[in-house]
Design a binder for this molecule. Structure first.
Ligand SMILES: [Fe+2]
Length: 689
């Protein structure tokens, strides 16, 4: 073992809660009696967090209650297991819901391996394939895909089929090294079909899980216990496309909000207009994540080999918050600390992947609070004045510590409910300090911020509407489009981007999920009329399947809304055209011109150049995945967009594509401005340019 001693390796495995196996230099033919019995391993196999010499392997094999089982795992250099280089035994038990983690070390960098599990009778799992990371001095390009937001309750996951199909046909050097899953691996909010016979937007609801202890809120159900969270993961892993993808590549996973709670933050949940303590659910969500996602996360509960052993917590009221808005209540602290997910990973000379947690440490998000409701109006769907969001974001430090008591919205003065609160933070103090240190110390060509949430501004220019169409815009200027992520966490984003500028860090790229839409652009803290000074490049991937805002607008926006043309253009097609893409890319004048002429080129001639100089591409209706190729001189991101995945397409290629578009950034030098070049490779992205 070159970098770690055998003892260090075993300690590392122990700290992760994994059983360890060490590869031997010389392989031998398998001696196990493995016979595939997929029915006994209903959630398949997986691997995760590859390093240059080790990777985590995973399966689930339930045994009868009251017993426990022993599995043998074999790792081979060939799919026929003639050349087995590592093998060990691992115990599975009910306390971990029969899940099993094995860390295999002593592997070679940039190698393909196959693995499988079998029980005492030789009943075996399916065979998985995995890959190790390139060695730190390996200058070859790194290839990965980043994805998010798969909703098995409301759609089909066949984007994975397309990904598998293309990877199998690629030459070995162009195959994916890993899959970065940026969260919403599950949706904890589940609609049972009888509760909503009309379905969800364009979707039929699938009967995937019924929670044994769930809570019903409005017309949906949420998990309340460990058993409930486990049940939803199992339901998701029974999806054939998800399962095949997990068996083909190592995944690097990070949770977003839905792994715990839709509007969850720290150990709280926001429902029906208030925040309520939910520390027991946060621990249950963390335990289930630990059990079902093989990852090198820190489990302060101790070096348990096989189980989570989380803290015992109670749902105690959280009333005292520190200077960063973090709840000091001991059960909240313990629940959040029960799993630490932020981490960084190195892939060869070219990629440092720095992954952060956007929910466990964040302060209370202002724009989704009920007090923010008077700052928007149905006359201007989704829009909220940018200056209002800036005031809320700045809390007590706004305007040099002199925040206003009220915020003007048209003729109304809305109380500034954040005037005595801390500046909004998403990362929290400790994680942010860690993150900035990772950025500063990385020697990789590309410092890739794996951020589950989008970083690019959502912005529109309703102040440019011609008079007479509707009410006057109640804001002072530009409008934000919703809020809740880094597109509206102005101060913290500026702190990070200023650090990048001041440290002279080049090759900064963010890859994100959560927005259920494709975005490509430049990472900048501010937009005109303030100075526009990008410090990096930024991308967001469309959802694998969860519905996006465009689909919601198609169903929610009244046909006779005076501003309908800013969002949807009705025509001869059954579906309206997504004018909302043009609204955010080019502004209201372009949308009105498009409504009049149906000529996108002519409409773009009326583009507001100050609106979105940070954006190259936007599709609020896109689904699919994004692939990255990061080399010594360029970072290329390709969006692979499929039609709305309403029903499963059971074809080897995963069905048709809508478009494929690539954005390429040449590595810039210190002091140079990053730039994106766009190329449409296939199909027509229409209003996304
Ligand atoms: Fe999502």
């Amino acid at each position: 073992m070159n970098h770690l001693t055998r003892r260090q390796f075993l300690e590392a495995a122990l700290a992760l809660g994994a059983t360890a196996a060490i590869a031997t230099p010389r392989g031998r033919k398998s001696t196990s009696r493995w016979q595939e019995r997929r029915d006994l391993y209903p959630e398949g196999v997986a691997s995760g967090d590859p390093e240059h010499d080790s990777v985590l392997l995973w399966t689930r094999r339930p045994f009868p209650a009251g017993t426990h089982g022993q599995l043998t795992v074999e790792v081979a250099q060939d799919p026929g297991f003639q050349d087995v280089i590592a093998s060990t035994r691992a115990r599975v038990q009910a306390a971990a819901d029969w899940t099993c983690r094995v860390l295999v070390g002593g592997l070679q960098p940039s190698r393909e391996y196959w693995y499988r599990f079998s029980d005492e009778h030789g009943h075996g799992s399916r065979i998985g394939r995995t890959l190790t990371a390139p060695a730190e001095d390996d200058a070859r390009p790194v290839r990965f895909t980043f994805i998010s937001c798969q909703n098995v309750n409301q759609g089909s996951q066949h984007a994975y089929r397309r990904m598998i199909f293309e990877d199998e046909r690629a030459v070995p050097a162009e195959r994916l090294d890993f899959v970065l899953h940026l969260g919403d691996f599950i949706y904890e909010i589940v609609w049972y079909p009888p509760d909503r016979p009309q379905g969800m937007y364009d979707r039929r609801l699938r009967d995937i899980v019924r929670y044994a202890h769930g809570e019903k809120i409005e017309d949906f159900h949420i998990p309340t216990t460990l058993d409930d969270y486990r049940a939803v993961y199992r339901a998701y892993l029974h999806d054939p496309d998800i399962q095949d993808a997990r068996a083909r590549w190592p995944f690097v996973n990070m949770w977003d909000n839905h792994e715990y709670s839709w509007l969850g933050w720290q150990g709280l949940q926001d429902f029906e207009g208030s925040s309520r303590p939910a520390q027991t659910r946060k621990v249950a969500a963390n335990q289930t994540w630990f059990e079902y996602q093989p990852a090198r996360i820190r489990k302060p509960s101790g070096p348990g080999l096989e189980r989570f052993d989380g803290p015992k917590v109670a749902d105690a009221p959280i009333t005292r918050f520190d200077a960063d808005g973090f709840g000091q209540e001991p059960n909240n602290v313990a629940a959040v600390q029960s799993l630490t997910g932020y981490r960084s990973m190195r892939f060869g000379r070219n990629v440092e992947l720095i992954i952060t947690d956007q929910h466990s440490y964040r302060s209370h998000e202002p724009t989704s609070r009920p007090e923010a409701r008077p700052l928007s109006s149905p006359d201007f769907p989704e829009l909220i004045p940018q200056e209002a969001v800036e005031i809320l974001d700045g809390g007590r430090e706004y305007a040099g510590g002199h925040p206003p008591d009220t915020i003007r919205f048209g003729q109304t003065d809305v109380p500034n409910f954040c005037r005595d609160e801390p500046v909004q933070t998403i990362l929290g103090r400790t994680q942010k300090a860690w993150f900035l240190e990772q950025l500063r110390n990385s020697r990789a060509t590309w410092k890739v911020w794996g951020n589950t949430e989008g970083t690019l501004d959502f912005r529109a220019d309703p102040h440019n509407l011609p008079p007479g169409l509707t009410q006057p815009w109640p804001g002072a200027g530009y409008a934000g489009f919703g809020g809740g992520d880094y597109g509206s966490a102005y101060r913290e984003r500026a702190e990070i981007y200023d650090f990048i500028r001041d440290q002279g860090i080049t090759g900064f790229a963010t890859v994100a999920g959560d927005r259920h839409s494709f975005w490509a652009g430049l990472a900048a803290k501010e937009l005109p009329p303030r100075p526009f000074e990008p410090v990096g490049i930024a991308f967001v991937t469309g959802s694998i399947s969860a519905p996006g805002i465009l689909e919601a607008l198609e169903h929610r926006l009244p046909k006779d809304h005076p501003l309908r043309a800013l969002y949807l253009t009705d025509g001869t097609d059954p579906k309206p055209a997504p004018a909302v893409n043009m609204l955010l890319l080019h502004g209201v004048r372009s949308c009105l011109e498009y409504q009049r002429t149906r000529d996108a080129g002519q409409a773009r001639r009326l583009s507001n150049p100050d609106l979105s100089p940070h954006l190259s591409f936007l599709d609020l209706g896109g689904h699919g995945y994004a692939t990255v190729r990061a080399s010594a001189d360029a970072f290329e991101t390709e969006f692979v967009c499929i039609p709305r995945p309403v029903e499963r397409i059971d074809r080897p290629d995963g069905g048709p594509l809508l478009y494929r578009v690539v954005h390429r950034a040449q590595l810039w030098r210190k002091g140079e401005r990053p730039r994106l070049e766009q190329k449409v490779l296939e199909g027509n992205p229409q209003l996304s340019l």
